[in-house]
Structure formats: structure tokens, C-alpha cells
Design a protein around this ligand. Structure first.
Ligand code: PGA
Length: 249
């Protein structure tokens, strides 16, 4: 059976003290979750939060890593550095990175390669923008994103990949994909994974939904057979909301 997961993506929110306070609250409340729980924090929080969560079922993720191994890349943070903080995951391919920081398929393929080479698990985000959905092009868009960055991996490497389907029109907008839209896309994605890696690997692949997923709509989204959990932005910044989403999984 594949892993069910609720992952938070704090984005560029919370200073270090606020982040530590939120992680402390979550640690107290999350003792024996029915699903995997991950929190994605800014780089500067990683070491403190990972240390604080030692012995807790909650795992820590970076929200990005560099597309180079090491060296003269001022301001960048390598996958190896992320790993050295105690973080176990990295979120890659988020639409905000693709859109605002021009992350290309090739660059993301390299980030994924470096993350895996350094023992990190990857939450890889894909999703179409509003105009693409309106034109009925969502399937071809996500297929190209997978083919461009992660379908070159081996089946063994793929075991470290969690997919997150995040329709860009739903992120931070309060517009959520309907449970039917999410299920339809997730089933399509699982079919693509099956065609590339085989049915067993596809059945074992965790596919999260993200985009205005909150404590009110999570249960309905998670009730779909191919929706294995959520990648949560805004609602992950408030402990009681994030905890309610975990409980819904
Ligand atoms: P949101 O963000 O839950 O605030 O829509 C989700 C994400 O971007 O991962």
C-alpha cells in the first residue's frame, strides 16, 4: 500500500522564532498520525526545526535546493547542505518557483538528480495554469512536466518521489479543484506513471493534491481513491487547521 501523506509548505512565511513555535505546537499534537506528516520550511529554519522534531513522526522538507552541487553560487543552498540539517525531503517544481524564478524542466531535472544523490526524498509539484485548464490542455501540460524532469529517473530512484498535483489556478486563490477534477487528474497521472514504470510502481506512488486545500474540504478531496493526501500552503500556517487536515487523512 502506498503512503498517505499530509505535507505543509510554509513558503516565505514565519520568521525563525515563529516557525519554531509552530513546529513545537505541531510536535505536541502529532503523536501517532495515520499518515506521513511533513513540514516544508524556509532554509534558515531547517536545522532548528529538524532538531526540535527529533523523535517526532513529523519530517522536515526544504522548499527548494540548488541545481549545482557546490561552489561559487552566492546565496544558493545545495541538496547536500539541506540533507546536513536533518531534513529528509525537498519540495521541487513548485509553480511559484517555475513562474517567478524561471525554473525550467532541465533545471528541475538537475535539482531532482542532486536531491536524490544526496539521500533526500522529493515532493515534485506539477500543475496547469488557468488558461491551460480552460483550453482543456491540463493533461498534456502535466505530462510534459513529468517527461521533462522526472521520467528519466530509474524505477529505483522513483521510489523517492512523491507527486503533488497543484493546479496553479487553485493555489492561494480559495478556488479548489472539485473532488472529481482532482480524482480525474490523479488517475491520469497514475496512468502515466504506470506506462513509464509499470503498474506496481504506479500503485505505490503517493500523489498529493494541493491548491486551497483546507480543513473544510480536505476530507472530501482525500476520499478519492487516487488522492493520497495534500500539500498545504496557507492552512499549514495555523496549527489547528493543519492538525484538522492531518486528522482528515
Ligand atoms: P495553498 O498553497 O494551500 O495556499 O493554496 C498550496 C501550495 O502552494 O503548495
Amino acid at each position: 500500500m502506498r503512503t498517505k501523506m499530509v505535507a505543509g509548505n510554509w513558503k516565505m512565511n514565519k520568521n525563525l522564532q515563529e516557525g519554531v513555535a509552530l513546529a513545537t505546537e505541531l510536535k505536541k499534537a502529532v503523536k501517532d498520525p495515520k499518515c506521513a506528516v511533513v513540514i516544508g520550511t524556509p532554509f534558515i529554519h531547517l536545522a532548528s526545526v529538524a532538531e526540535l522534531l527529533k523523535g517526532s513522526p513529523i519530517k522536515v522538507a526544504a522548499e527548494n535546493c540548488a541545481d549545482h552541487e557546490k561552489g561559487a553560487y552566492t546565496g544558493e543552498v545545495s541538496a547536500e547542505m539541506v540533507k546536513s540539517t536533518g531534513a529528509e525531503y525537498v519540495i521541487l517544481g513548485h509553480s511559484e518557483r517555475r513562474q517567478y524564478y524561471a525554473e525550467s524542466y532541465e533545471m528541475l531535472a538537475e535539482k531532482v538528480r542532486l536531491a536524490l544523490a544526496n539521500g533526500l526524498k522529493v515532493i515534485f509539484c506539477i500543475g496547469e495554469v488557468k488558461e491551460e485548464r480552460e483550453a482543456g490542455r491540463q493533461n498534456e501540460v502535466v505530462k510534459a512536466q513529468l517527461e521533462g524532469s522526472v521520467f528519466g529517473l530509474s524505477a529505483e530512484e522513483w521510489k523517492s518521489i512523491t507527486l503533488a498535483y497543484e493546479p496553479v489556478w487553485a493555489i492561494g486563490t480559495g478556488l479548489t479543484a472539485t473532488p472529481a477534477q482532482a480524482q480525474e487528474m490523479h488517475a491520469y497521472l497514475r496512468g502515466l506513471v504506470a506506462a513509464r514504470f509499470g503498474q506496481q510502481v504506479a500503485d505505490d506512488t503517493t500523489i498529493l493534491y494541493g491548491g486551497s486545500c483546507n480543513e473544510k474540504n480536505a476530507a472530501e478531496l482525500f476520499a478519492n481513491p487516487d488522492v493520497d493526501g495534500g500539500l498545504i500552503g496557507g492552512a499549514a500556517l495555523v496549527a489547528e487547521k493543519f492538525l484538522a487536515i492531518i486528522a482528515a487523512r
